[in-house]
Unconditional design. Sequence first.
Length: 390
Amino acid sequence: MKITATKTYKFSVPTGQDTAALIASSSKTWLFFKIETDVGLSGWGEGSGEWLVPSVEATLAAWEELLLDRDPIHYRALTEDIQNRLPWKGGPVFGTAIAAIDAALHDLVGKAWGVPVHTLLGGRRRDKIRVYSNGGSFASPEEAAAGARRIQDRGFAGVKGNPLEGRTWPMDGEAIDHSVACVEAMRREVGAGFDILLDAHGSPTPEMSVEFARRTAACRPLLLEEPVKTGSVEALLEVTRKSPVPIATGEKLFALGQFRPLIAERACAYLQPDLTHCFGIAHLLEIARAAEAEQMLMAPHNAGGPLCTAATLQADALMGNFLIQETNHFWLSIYDRYVEHDWRVEDGHIALSDAPGLGVEVKEADLAALPYEPMAYRQYRHADGSWKGW
């Protein structure tokens, strides 16, 4: 079996978000990647990512010559060979392009051997994957409670929202009060058995995040995600030591080398690499094994589409230290526009598929007609005009 061609499909999908919200946008870009072979089998991966898609698409096109006429069975050697040919290592664009190739090769080999990827890689540890939905509202306590209830009623194990986004300066007490009220309203509405997850998007100060964590601790959030900007292990470790809420981070890191300092210091409780950016299934599992040695749990990030979800669920099945998986209730409801799948959220879980490869079939004939528009860049400003970050 030899690789004969690669293809990319770039298109925009609705987000289902209220565009009046501070961080909402009406559409998002997905990038599907296909590897074709001389025996008629093909494999699919995903190279989606906020504002990355045009660069990733160009990278995949440039790398096609490194895949042509190669045997996809050698999937580890192929992705390692591409990286070894490049003098520049790491970063989100290369990480995302390699991840798309890695997933497509795993999908292809799984189909060739008639087994799911989790079998290809040694056998699953669990039959179903615990999932939560992002997209929880922090517009008001009333809307936060109603949104959490809707997601609970759809069968998810938890809901994640974005607190502190409305702050107008680095220690905005009103923003803390508002976000605390939203968390308290959610907890009253959904009861004790439903997870509440909090994603600060990496831009509050350590002091603001610690104060927010202290005031929400009684509501028992499962985690506080990205309480500080990426880049300072010391700042993250300070918040982890002072916060009564477990800290999670990792979506803006890509290679195992970037995770090692966090693991060595146990600078957070949970790691959240995104498979679509961290060089794929094989590399995500390396990160998970390194974290497991320090008794850290994995809660993988997922802001991509159905192929990202499919690949991540396969990886989740193999982790000894898996905690919970991010999904999106709206996108799950429209995935069947793009792929054939058997996912159903029931009792907080998605049952693991035993279909070959990644377990989904792409509706390729429908992709070429889908619209594409570049994503609009977000801007965050304090009241004094200064930038408050992403």
